[in-house]
Design a protein around this ligand. Structure first.
Ligand SMILES: *Cc1c(COP(=O)(O)O)cnc(C)c1O
Length: 373
């Protein structure tokens, strides 16, 4: 009985991670409106940026999404049961040698990033006497993944390399899609167009979230968005047009009042200047709240900023709550880490990182509440 209650209201967890599937759906539809008639694929790698691919993908499918991208082949296998078989799952990082058979049997589509991966996939196609679907990725300036220009020329010179591969999409990724004025974007687009001219029958999949805002030239035949679906800003530093999807509150586990000159936390790195009311909350860097927030970040309660004092610990951190009435916080109270007063972008900035890293690190120790789509 007791366990059931704890599970139900989340009182046993370190805090409450609320994920608004309605906002997720609205973000997907808003992106679709921007790119129409071009369709939008969902990038659900890293467990849908930490939000739960098994919950996120069905909502996006119901909203019309039929193309899903993950990073690793194992993520694709895990995602498969959650979406109907008329949707395609693509593996961005390509296949490791030896996983081709399982991949083909599962009907998952690899992104082929090198001639070696292309050869491995073709060999299986020839063995089975069937053209196996794949996306071909080209490096258009990021030097991370994808066929290099020389490899592209090799395919052009030897079209039989594609005899056993059915190219669903040719694709590439922008290195600077979140920087609208960066000339690297037009350079990458020019490179993508050169590749597209070599494969006139293939559809193009190019823009990520930031790329969508760069304009229709970047949309190709399928856009591929992650962060914007989850409420992150597609373009760093500009007003964020997306609806917030994530809210995070953390439980107070102890309060105390200490005199001036009191050391707080590991290393005694913070020493109080005057009498200070402190509240320790139940989440730390193991819950994805970066240690970088030590003595610089804050939580909020009733709109009041509560500075983090001392170092962020693994499972807790301490706030200066002197600005609140004495009785405001007690054992079990929830303070806001991500919400109305501190957006995902705000906490990412305060942490010296990006929204992507905050989301993907939140972890499994919060009670998760999914608001319905
Ligand atoms: C992660 C990723 C995306 C999604 O990028 P967002 O900026 O989150 O929209 C798209 N394409 C590739 C290749 C990626 O690795």
């Amino acid at each position: 009985m007791i366990n059931a209650k704890i599970e139900h209201d989340g009182a046993g967890a370190c805090g409450l991670l609320s994920i608004d599937l309605g906002a997720l759906r609205a973000n997907y539809l808003a992106l679709c409106r921007r790119t129409a008639p071009v369709k939008v694929a969902a990038v659900v790698k890293a467990d849908a940026y930490g939000l739960g691919a098994g919950r996120v993908a069905p909502v996006l499918y119901a909203a019309g999404c039929r193309n899903f991208f993950v990073a690793h082949f194992h993520e694709a296998l895990r995602l498969k049961p959650y979406i109907p078989s008329d949707a395609d799952i693509y593996v961005l990082n390509g296949l490791q040698p030896g996983s081709e058979i399982t991949c083909a049997d599962a009907g998952i589509v690899p992104v082929l990033n090198s001639l070696e991966q292309l050869a491995n996939w073709s060999t299986l196609g020839r063995d089975r006497q069937t053209r196996l679907p794949a996306a071909l990725q080209f490096d258009t300036g990021m030097s991370r993944l994808g066929l290099a220009p020389e490899e592209t020329q090799e395919i052009v010179g030897q079209p039989s390399l594609l005899d056993w591969v059915d190219v669903s999409f040719i694709m590439s990724h922008l290195a600077c899609g979140d920087e609208p004025d960066n000339a690297a974007n037009t350079g990458a687009l020019a490179n993508m167009r050169e590749v597209a001219a070599l494969f006139p029958a293939a559809r193009v999949c190019f823009a990520n979230s930031g790329g969508i805002l760069l304009g229709t030239d970047f949309h190709g035949d399928l856009a591929r968005t992650g962060i914007a679906l989850y409420g992150g800003a597609p373009v760093a530093g500009l007003a964020n047009p997306m609806k917030p999807v994530v809210r995070l509150s953390v439980r107070v586990i102890q309060t105390r009042t200490v005199p001036a000159g009191t050391a707080v936390g590991y290393g005694g790195a913070h020493v109080t200047k005057g009498e200070t009311r402190l509240a320790t909350i139940s989440a730390g860097y193991a819950d994805g709240l970066p240690r970088h927030l030590s003595d610089t970040g804050a939580a909020y309660f009733d709109g009041v900023r509560l500075p983090i004092v001392g170092r962020v610990s693994m499972d807790s951190m301490t706030l200066d709550v002197s600005a609140l009435p004495e009785s405001a916080l007690k054992l079990g109270s929830l303070v806001e880490l991500i919400g109305e007063h501190q957006t995902l972008e705000d906490i990412a900035n305060a942490s010296g990182t990006i929204s992507y890293e905050i989301l993907t690190r939140l972890g499994q120790r919060y009670h998760r509440e999914y608001l319905p789509a």
